[in-house]
Write a protein that binds this ligand. Structure first.
Ligand SMILES: [Zn+2]
Length: 320
């Protein structure tokens, strides 16, 4: 008899429900559905529909599951089911766990999406068998998930691991401070996420800098991405070289600080910027090596995430 778990990955644009084999971590059925509106009632509709579709494919009733785990792109207080802040959804203090549990008639456990992904990597991915590991995600946003003492560490209010909002710029810099999606200035994410890198390059191009980046994006500023900057770097473009030196310095320092603070056995790198920007990753790793405490570097490995986009939904299903 296969033991099954039910998980949901709730992002800013779609919800993906999956039924996961508890013993192998494999996804045995899944259904992804776009969010048509972002108000909580509409999102509950979409999530419960995605769950119905995934479970019906197997002929299993939702009520037969012990609980449903949901990874949410935002700050979540797992113990109460409240989403404290989810900028992509425009939510503040939404009791999403309670609303979904009322709809489904099953207990709901919510967590930050990167906490869920870290738990997925711990159970069946790059952190399997390890008790101290950190998932560092650099994609459209920046964040981390913490495995400490073999357990998922979410912090006192569920907002542990918010690496993207660690401040990496002083208040009186020599270059302009950049505002982050969280509303504050100087956050890591404001300088290193895919969305913010692309926005910065577009701003600097329209301010008159010259770079191969625009030509490599087919002359269309809307097609500029971090991976286009990475390609310009490979062609020796001076702007891309300077930008990547700065971004790599910030990312390398932030990851080195995580390693120095927590002394993990493994740092796991994931996200679209990591996948799409091999030159940036190499430069960031060089900076990391220069900045990490020597004693914390001993026995520490740096690996790519194994489970990719599935980590979040697998980890959510298996949340404890
Ligand atoms: Zn921030």
């Amino acid at each position: 008899m296969v033991s099954l778990a039910l998980g949901v990955d709730l992002g800013g644009t779609n919800a993906r429900a999956a039924v996961v084999d508890r013993d192998s971590g494999e996804i045995v059925a899944a259904h992804k559905e776009p969010l048509r509106a972002r108000d909580p009632a509409a999102v509950v509709d979409v999530v419960s529909h995605a769950i119905q579709a995934a479970t019906e494919a197997l002929g299993v009733a939702v009520g037969s599951f012990r609980s449903v785990g949901v990874g949410v792109a935002g700050q979540c207080l797992g113990s109460t089911g409240v989403v404290l802040n989810a900028p992509n959804l425009g939510w503040r203090d939404v009791p999403f766990g309670t609303l979904l549990a009322e709809r489904l008639g099953v207990a709901v456990r919510i967590a930050n999406d990167l906490s869920a992904a870290a738990w997925g990597e711990k159970r069946f991915g790059a952190a399997q068998g390890l008790s101290e590991a950190v998932l560092v995600f650099v994609g459209s946003g920046v964040g981390s998930g913490l495995i400490l003492g073999g357990k998922l560490h979410e912090g006192a209010r569920g907002v542990g691991g918010e690496l993207g909002h660690v401040k990496v710029r002083p208040s009186r810099p020599t270059t302009p401070l950049r505002r982050c999606g969280c509303g504050m200035m100087g956050c890591l994410e404001a300088y290193t996420s895919g969305v913010n890198i692309a926005a910065r390059v577009r701003e600097e191009l329209s301010a008159g800098i010259s770079s191969r980046v625009l030509a490599l994006a087919g002359g269309d500023p809307a097609r500029i991405t971090a991976s286009v900057v990475d390609a310009a770097w490979a062609e020796g473009d001076a702007y891309a070289r300077a930008l990547w030196d700065e971004v790599a310095d910030l990312l390398g320092a932030a990851i080195a600080n995580v390693a120095t603070l927590l002394n993990p056995e493994r740092i796991i790198l994931g996200g679209g910027v990591v996948l799409g920007c091999p030159n940036l990753v190499r430069l960031a790793r060089e900076q990391f090596e220069r900045k990490v405490l020597v004693a914390a570097r001993q026995g520490l490995s740096v690996e790519r995430a194994f489970l990719g986009d599935d980590a979040g939904v697998i980890g959510a299903a298996l949340l404890e």
